[in-house]
Design a protein around this ligand. Sequence first.
Ligand code: SAH
Length: 231
Amino acid sequence: MLIGIIGAMNEEVIQLKETMNLKETKTIGGYEFFKGELYGKNIVLVECGIGKVNAALCSTLLIEAFNVDKVLFTGVAGALNPEINIGDIVVSTDLIEHDFNATAFGYDFGVIPRMENSKFKADKDLVELAKEAGEKEFGKERVWTGTILSGDEFVASPEKIKWLRDTFNGECTEMEGAAVAHVCELLGKPFVIIRSISDKANHDANMNFDEFVKLAAQNSKLIIEGMLNQL
Ligand code: SAH
């Protein structure tokens, strides 16, 4: 079994890279894919860059060039649910591209015209595994499961939080997850997106982000570790 692991930013992959037993580095389309072993499992690790297009291209390459069996995404996100705190974990049950807007044709927000499905479901077993690993590490009250929203926007306002909550009922928002999910669904690969909260998507989000990104990335990494030990 070969497991693909994606993070958007250097902060989100560097700890895994330093821990893994690196055997081969392959560069495709400007992305460096690190192949090797991590906690006894065969993995390919890659930093996809920020935003949906980067995430979609990179996950496509990961699946097509390496034929990974499962895809795990580790990273940080802004909380939308007011009960979720910085450092908490959100495991995706499903993901929506929140900036998709074809409402002029009568579609709901987030619906991609002419696609059967615009809400991409994570793999049940991987969700369960991520949840268990998270709860073991951080306790039940700090691990949430639910809908994750993705868009090419760093959300940093209470008005946008309210709109996203009212429209999609998402738990947190970020910029890559739904793109990875979209690709995995089309290419038939099981996936889960694991996000640790770096900010509360409000006016302080950019400052909180800078302060907490490392902590949040570390939390996500601990879950990957717990999951790989059980896979
Ligand atoms: N500070 C960075 C930009 C970070 S963009 C720089 O200047 O280079 C934010 C990244 O963290 C994205 O990868 C996104 O997935 C995630 N993220 C964290 N909080 C977010 C929020 N409030 N809104 C959207 N994405 C967020």
